[in-house]
Design a protein around this ligand. Structure first.
Ligand SMILES: C[S@@+](CC[C@H](N)C(=O)[O-])C[C@H]1O[C@@H](n2cnc3c(N)ncnc32)[C@H](O)[C@@H]1O
Length: 264
């Protein structure tokens, strides 16, 4: 087991400029451009959330819903959640202090009432929130969770989910054999310096050591969910989460999905 479960990238990280939102309009426009123009982060999240909310109506009572946003980054997802009338409170949990620092500015630009979102430092296996939640959201964070921590993560979430509570996994990916085929070709290409590669021939899909990115297959994901007593409905997005112009073979075998998980 690793000594630390937070990948190196998210500890004292140097953020890309589009995440560095401050009080200026310009910094906020930079973030929005990244979320809506340079990528499909916001449209994909909104699509998943729109669908998810139709399933959540039954969880809402007159007091409104409480939500956990785990791995919330700079909190733009929490801001979108906070704009839903049925949601009364959001706990945004994030390990990167650098990202947390920008959260208050993001919430302010989205005009979220003070106190509707509580920003907390924590991580997949260590977070402490004072009450049960109606649902948990993991947007683009689960693929940074190491296999050995996945069961702890889901047991922690299940422990704070109110009866009937659901989990939304958004902006996620899984890969198929084309991904492994491309990695294999890349292994051959770099054969003379294969010892320097982070992946081995015996495990072409090793997580990336710097940021813990995983390239799981759909079967592996379903196995993790099932093992944790969760029934998953997986929905595939059309197109690509990231719009960068990279050669087609670098995108081979990726499927972008969101999933709605409920207790079996
Ligand atoms: C790709 S970013 C997504 C952030 C945000 N949810 C969004 O959609 O912009 C991945 C996030 O996962 C968080 N993360 C990485 N390891 C984590 C861990 N062990 N526990 C909780 N969050 C983690 C990172 O700090 C980062 O904010």
């Amino acid at each position: 087991m690793k000594a630390c479960e937070i990948p190196e990238r998210f500890v004292d990280e140097s953020l890309a400029s589009h995440w560095k939102v401050d009080e200026t309009e310009e910094s906020f426009l930079r973030l929005m451009r990244h979320l809506e123009v340079d990528s499909n982060f916001k449209p994909y999240f909104e699509k998943a959330l729109g669908h998810f909310m139709t399933r959540c109506c039954r969880l809402s009572d007159s007091r409104g819903m409480t939500v956990l946003d785990l791995g919330s980054g700079v909190s733009w997802t929490s801001a979108i959640l906070a704009n839903h009338e049925q949601i009364k409170h959001i706990y945004a949990v994030e390990p990167s202090r650098e990202r947390l620092k920008h959260g208050p500015f993001v919430l302010k630009h989205f005009e979220i009432p003070r106190g509707k979102v509580t920003l907390l430092e924590g991580n997949f296996t260590d977070f402490d929130i004072p009450r049960q939640v109606n649902f948990a959201v993991l947007c683009a964070s689960f693929h940074h969770c190491y296999d050995e921590f996945a069961d702890i993560l889901f047991s922690k979430i299940k422990a704070i989910l109110a009866p009937g509570g659901l989990i939304l996994m958004a902006n996620e990916h899984y890969v198929d054999h084309w991904f492994s085929f491309h990695r294999f070709l890349s292994f051959i290409k770099h054969f003379p310096r294969r010892r320097e590669l982070f992946y081995k021939l015996s495990n072409l899909r090793s997580p990336y050591p710097y940021d813990g990115e995983h390239w799981r297959t759909r079967n592996e994901l379903e196995e993790i969910f099932e093992r944790n007593g969760l029934k998953a409905e997986i929905f595939i997005h059309d197109g690509d989460l990231c719009k960068e112009a990279v050669p087609f073979y670098r995108k081979m075998g990726y499927h972008y999905y969101y999933a709605i998980l409920e207790r079996m």
